[in-house]
Every structure is written in C-alpha cells, then in structure tokens.
Ligand binder design. Structure first.
Ligand SMILES: Nc1ncnc2c1ncn2[C@@H]1O[C@H](COP(=O)(O)OP(=O)(O)OP(=O)(O)O)[C@@H](O)[C@H]1O
Length: 223
C-alpha cells in the first residue's frame, strides 16, 4: 500500500532555550496510507495540534522527517513548503474560517483560482462539491446566512477544492452540538470516501474515531 504521509522520529519541544521547555512530541513515527482515514485521539494538551501543524507544513520539527507523497519536505524553504501545502494538503479546523464577504460557492472557488484553475472549472467543482454535501441550494449565501453545520460543510468543500492528497482536520465537528456533529461528520466521511481521499483527523470524540479505519494515540497517553 502506498503512503501519502510518513513522519519519522519527529520531536518537538516548545521554548527549548527558555526556562520552561515543553516537550510535546518525542521520536514520533506515523504513516497514513493512500485512501486511509486515521483518527488521532489523545487528551487535551497531548500534542494533536502540534502534530497536525508539523504534518501540514505549518511548523517544523526539531528533528525527524516529514515525507509527503514520497517527497522528503523536511529541509525545504518557506516557499516550497507553501507550494506543497497549497497543492497537496487540505485543512479543516474546529471553526470554519470562511471568508465572510464571499458566498459559499466563492469560498470554494477562490482557493482554486489561487492554484491557477480556470474560473469555469473552479465554479463547476464548487457546484459539484456543494451538491455532494447537500448544499447546492446554499451556493449564493454568505457564511453568516448559514447554520453552524452548513458553514462547516462548506469548509469541508473548500478543503477539498484543490483535490488534495491528504486532508488534515483538527476537531472538524468540535464546534457543533452532538447531534449536528454526528450528522455533519457522516457527511465528511462520505465525502472523503467518495473522493478516495486520505485523512488524518484529530478528535476527542471516541465514537467518531471508531468510524475511521484506524485509531492512533500519542505516546504516553491512553486512547
Ligand atoms: N507555542 C507554544 N509555546 C509553548 N508551549 C506550547 C506552544 N504551543 C503549544 N504548547 C504546549 O504544547 C502542548 C501541546 O499543545 P497542542 O495544542 O499540540 O495540544 P492538543 O493535543 O492539540 O490540545 P487540545 O486538544 O487542547 O487542542 C500543550 O501543553 C501546550 O500548552
């Protein structure tokens, strides 16, 4: 099975040179296979966001390697990392982070234009993605006109807009009430499965984690 992401011996300590260093990751190994959906479950403060930032090329480890699609990105400069992030990764956070002055469709079109996709193809992809998450009728609405669950479904579409190789999600339904969270999570899983996407999804929610292919914890913490 081919790997989309491999972390090898990744370590990270915050405030290394200060009076109170915090060692968060120590020699972490992790891999995500193509088409695999992996749940990352660990208590608050265990380092889930740190790991996602490193896997998402938003932060660098103190030591270890980050290999994305077979390419070692560890030593790359900012520009190459930004490029790899834009082309190969999709992000979902607890809060939607949609642009308030743009419609749902435009929020999905814009990242594609930034990636040099033509206007027409970008609009078609946005329409298709919105349709898949049951929001075709909301395409022209702005985020403030949508419910929390709808906003998050648009954010899923935006994360998939550029057909990334890997989706990284940090508590993707953590901001929603339990019932909406459950419903919206099902939509996310269906979308990921239909598109054959690989994903690493951090969650506190064990019931959601059980629906993924594999559940991993972080060293020193119980699942
Ligand atoms: N920039 C920073 N400087 C110092 N310490 C930090 C920094 N960022 C995070 N930490 C510490 O590192 C640890 C791991 O943080 P992280 O946000 O990765 O955890 P988490 O598992 O995502 O937690 P949560 O589930 O609460 O979001 C925490 O103890 C946090 O206080």
């Amino acid at each position: 099975m081919s790997e989309v992401l491999r972390l090898e011996g990744v370590s990270k300590t915050y405030g290394k040179d200060g009076p109170a260093p915090v060692e968060v990751l120590h020699g972490l190994d992790l891999s995500v296979a193509r088409g695999e959906v992996v749940a990352l479950v660990a208590p608050s403060g265990a380092g889930k966001s740190t790991l996602l930032h490193i896997a998402g090329l938003l932060d660098t480890p103190d030591s270890g390697r980050v290999v994305l699609n077979g390419r070692d990105l560890t030593g790359l400069g900012d520009r190459a990392r930004t490029e790899a992030r834009r082309q190969e990764l999709g992000f979902i956070y607890q809060f939607h982070h949609l642009l308030p002055e743009f419609s749902a469709a435009e929020n999905i079109i814009l990242p594609q234009l930034a990636n040099a996709t033509g206007q027409r193809a970008a609009a078609e992809r946005a329409a298709d993605l919105l349709d898949r998450v049951g929001l075709a009728h909301r395409a022209d609405h702005r985020p403030a006109q949508l419910s929390g669950g709808e906003q998050q479904r648009v954010a899923f579409c935006r994360a998939l807009a550029n057909a990334p190789a890997l989706l990284l999600a940090d508590e993707p339904t953590g901001n929603l009430d339990p019932e909406t969270s459950d419903r919206v999570f099902k939509v996310l899983m269906a979308l990921v499965r239909e598109t054959g996407l690989s994903a690493l999804i951090a969650t506190h929610n064990h019931a959601l984690a059980e629906r993924m292919d594999r559940v991993i914890g972080l060293a020193g913490t119980a699942l």
